[in-house]
Design a protein around this ligand. Sequence first.
Ligand SMILES: Cc1cc2nc3c(=O)[nH]c(=O)nc-3n(C[C@H](O)[C@H](O)[C@H](O)COP(=O)(O)OP(=O)(O)OC[C@H]3O[C@@H](n4cnc5c(N)ncnc54)[C@H](O)[C@@H]3O)c2cc1C
Length: 389
Amino acid sequence: MPRPNFDVIVVGGGSVGVPSAYNLAKRGLKVLVLERRSAVGQGENKAAIGGIRATHSDPAKIVLCSRSLAEMSTWKERTGVDVGWKPGGYAFPVYDEPLERTLRGLFPIQHKYDLAIDWLDAGAMTELIPGIERRNLRGGTYSPNDGQLSPLKTPAAFQRAAQALGAEFRFKERVTGYRIEGGRILGVATDKGEYQAGAVVVATGADATDDGRMLGVEIPVKPDSHEAGITAPIEHFLKPLVVDMRPGAEGKTANFYFGQNDEGQIIFCYTPKALFYGTNHESTSEFLPILAARMIALIPRLRHALVRRVWRGLYPMTPDGIPIIDNVPEIAGLALAVGMCGQGFMLGAGVGQEIAALVVDGATSLPAEAHDRVRWARNFAKAGTEALK
Ligand SMILES: Cc1cc2nc3c(=O)[nH]c(=O)nc-3n(C[C@H](O)[C@H](O)[C@H](O)COP(=O)(O)OP(=O)(O)OC[C@H]3O[C@@H](n4cnc5c(N)ncnc54)[C@H](O)[C@@H]3O)c2cc1C
């Protein structure tokens, strides 16, 4: 039986694929999402701890995450659907002069894009993060408009909104090939059949290199793994998501970050000093003892928190730490939304809007300096890595 035709196929129903489908359907396109897992958001999306901030140092991340914040902080008001939005900002407490200089050095680009971020002195930081270690605390940066969002509720909300606009989702269906003729994409093959479409969006996260092989182009996405965990709920006391940029005395952690979500759970993560490349999702025995020691050293009152579970997921990394969000000129009709690194969840809603512009208008919706950063055709070796992950 011939399969139906679609205007656009989105491959991957994760942090960026589902919002992309929603925005494409909103622009009137007939959309199909193909997802190899059994539901949306079950890939690296559900590994995210849910932080969402516009206060980056890269213009593309600033613009895209500002759009994400504008959409997601008002989602419940506009749709009645809860996405676990918790306002409260991001705080970077600072204990040494070099880090103070680095963070203050980002203010010009952040203020250029009208982001609310400023320096708080040690007293104000202590009020913001009750119980924080005060010895040598110099203060830190605080961006009150950032926040947190549920990685479990958000993709489901986008899926429902996309379906209400006519988008179709097919699960447990893996894309196994792309049909390209005369430099134009015509559709995809899956382990269940074939679909035709005038446009295809690749949003396959940590698997993007495989799609590159199938498409005959090199997509430089190399995943590395990161661990996280969550406690049982405790009384709300912590407003912002806290990032402690200091390397750990134990020699294993580059930094660590945590927040209290809308349900009162403390959700936490660290960046290992030596990165673990590959796709291993098994939790390590060292993660929790190391993380717990760091957290208790920073906020001793957290020693009573009861950890419920830990997990390990992947950052789909590009060589320069910046995503690829662009049409591919070599293959008409093909757009990439890959290489989201450690920020794909917060980028999702903004990337969805940009993908709709790329596919429907054939042109970026980003300011030129931001679009330049996420271009497909760029010199990955030359670009510097972003200062703040
Ligand atoms: C511990 C940890 C904490 C994190 N915390 C945050 C955070 O606080 N904030 C933040 O913004 N980011 C965070 N991240 C990063 C974030 O999780 C990722 O950047 C993001 O989920 C990547 O989104 P994606 O859509 O590219 O990939 P995914 O969400 O993994 O989606 C890709 C989808 O494509 C599907 N797929 C792949 N290949 C195929 C195929 N051939 N056919 C069909 N389907 C296919 C996969 O099954 C998957 O569902 C964190 C990551 C980790 C590991």
